[in-house]
Structure formats: C-alpha cells, structure tokens
Design a protein around this ligand. Sequence first.
Ligand SMILES: [Zn+2]
Length: 415
Amino acid sequence: MSETSQLEAWLPRGLLRLRSGSVIPSVTAEGLTPVRLSWSDGRLQEPELINTPADHLNALVLPRLVDPHVHLDKAFTWSAHPNLSGTYEGALEANMNEHRVRDLEEVLSRGDQAMARACQNGLRALRSHIDSLGPGADTSWEALQVLKKQWRDQFELQLVALVPIAHWATTDGKKLAQRVAAVGGLLGGVVVPPCRGASVRRGLRALLLLAEELGCGIDLHIDEANHGPAEGLVQLLRALEQVPCMQPITCSHTSSLALLSAKRLQRLAEQMAAHRLQVVALPLTNGWLLGQSPETTPLRKPLAPIRQLQRAGVRVAVGGDNVADPWFPAGDFDPLALMASCIPLAQLAPWQRLGLSPFTTAAAAVMGLDWDGRIGADAPADLIVLEANTWSEALRRPPERRVLIDGLWWQPGRR
Ligand SMILES: [Zn+2]
C-alpha cells in the first residue's frame, strides 16, 4: 500500500524553518504561508514555498502538538465521581473517593481511551501527573507504565509523582523518589495556600535535594488558588536560595499570581526567569474551579499571567489538565479545542508568535523534547492537517483533521 508522501497547505510562518534561512513571506494577514511538504522514511524534506491562490488550498498544517499537563490516571472518572459543586474542595473529596477504589483494569481501560483520543486529536507528547500517595498509587503507576510502553510508537509520555509537598521530607517520600527516578519520571507535588508552615518549607527543600541527587525534573501544582497571591512561588524561590537545583523546574497553574500588583508581579517574574523556572498555564480547570460560589460569578479570574511572564523571559506553555474528572467535567485531549478556549480565557491569538508558542515550541521545550515542533528539513513527519484555510476556520468548531505519524496517516484503532 502506498502512502501519500506530499501535501500542500497553509503553515503558520513562525513554525517554518528553512535551511537557507531566507525570510519567509507571510501571505495572509494571519501569518499563514502556503507550502509543499514532502517526506520519506518518516522525515520531512526541505519545505517548498509555493504560489497558490487562497481558494485552492483548504488545508492548514501544524506539527503534532504537545500537552505538558494532563492526569491520565483519573481521566473519565466524572460520571462515577462527579463534583457537582464545582469547588476545589469538592474536587479533592471526589478525587480521594475515586482513588480509594481504583483498580488496574479500570485505570488501564480509561487511560487507553485517553491515549486514543489524544492521538486522534493530534498530540504527540503528554506529561501526566499521577496521584502517588494512598491506596491507588501503585496501581496507577503500574497502569501508566504499561500504557507508556504500549503507546511508545505514537507518544512520548512523561510521568510525574503527585503528592502533598511535605511527603518528600519523609522516609517514604525518599523511597518514592528513588522509584520514580528509576523509571525516568519527574517529582511533583501540591503547594497551595497556606504555604508558610515549616512542613511546606521542609518539603520543598527535600524535593529540591532529591531532584538534584537523583537527576529528576520537577513539576509542581503551585499557587492553584484565588487567594494567598504567589505564596507558593515565594516559598519555592526561598528554598532555591538555600538548595540550588540545576534540574528543570516547571510550575504548573501559578493562578494566584494574577492577584499580585503589577510591580510585585514583575519582580517575581524576573526572579522566576533568573531561576529558569518554567510555567504551564491551565486556563480550563482554573476557569471552572477557582472562586466557585453559588451566589456570585467571580469577576476576577485567577489565571497564570501569561504575557507578563513571557515578557520577563519565563517560558510559558498551556496544558489541558483535567478531562472529565472531578476537577473538570469537560475536555477531550484536543489541542485545537484548547487553543480555541484560550482565545477568550487567556486572549492567546495563534497568529501571534507568543500566542502560538505555548502550544508548540514552548510546550516542547518545557517537556525537554528532541523536536521543537518547527517544520523543516529532517524534522519528523509528524503533522496535523486541518480542513481549514484560516485560523478562524480551524478554531470555530472542532475541525476535521488528519494526523500523520512517522510519515504514515493515522487510522483509529491502529497501534
Ligand atoms: Zn493538574
């Protein structure tokens, strides 16, 4: 069976890498340029710029995308464990109830469904946090490692141990870190207000020491709150002064930073950049969960201040976070739907370089992937082809799409 090895489509100019380094013309006002892409043996050849009248080209091509923050262990648990109040506390309670009754087959089956959706929707890499303390922890790690192996030809799957931050200062925490390091995982944790206690400080210092000693990256759920502005970040920066850590550190959420004054935010963002902290903003879960009240609609939306952080030199990616679990009832591991939601939630416009990078190059860099996602000679033939000729067409409803993996068109059910 012969596979198509060439296509013509609109490509966002910022994602095109030409060998000649020549200036790339932007043909549309949205910064799209028409290209012919060819590939063989799973690798792209040098892209060709083409002259095609706009009405002849109804395809928009992107690299397969990256979601740097998901929770595969609990995806699709909403129907059995809903959180109808929509509050953080309600989510935690439903999550704990679900965690107590997790079994291997169930996590495997839900996780497999999640990976299939992610693949079909055009993702190539996922970083999943795993609830790593309590009765369902070992089961979840076992299941996710099986899935990682089963889906290794389609995905890079990174796994992060999610525990209360104080756990890293305990003997069991140290043992967990060693087990996580042995399978190439990352160390995570929850740092939400109140963050000023000694146990949080001890936990953060222990985490930094373990990460450095074991060579593990860190990815924290930090400042996921609509109060106590940046309390967690302040503690993390203090801990870093005492325990320097050269491993990559990702701060997921950072929502309460939005409540800082402009001046304090700028100072904090500069400190974060100096420590090479990177951020994953999670607008969907934050938009739904934080500030829930039956009486009022919250008028201040706690969300990572993406542009202010970018301006200070902090790398910022955007993730989908929860999919149909107690923390968020919707979602489908769909990077295009996430981009569409981020237009109103975060005012991220994909025709702007810093509006697109959180889903493409910055997301790849946060995960430390080999390929930054730019389309050029010798890049992986890993593409999403959307039936669209403008960004508006691509984002106004879930677009028809074809996904190319390693030079072959993906078909659902194929593994
Ligand atoms: Zn999360």
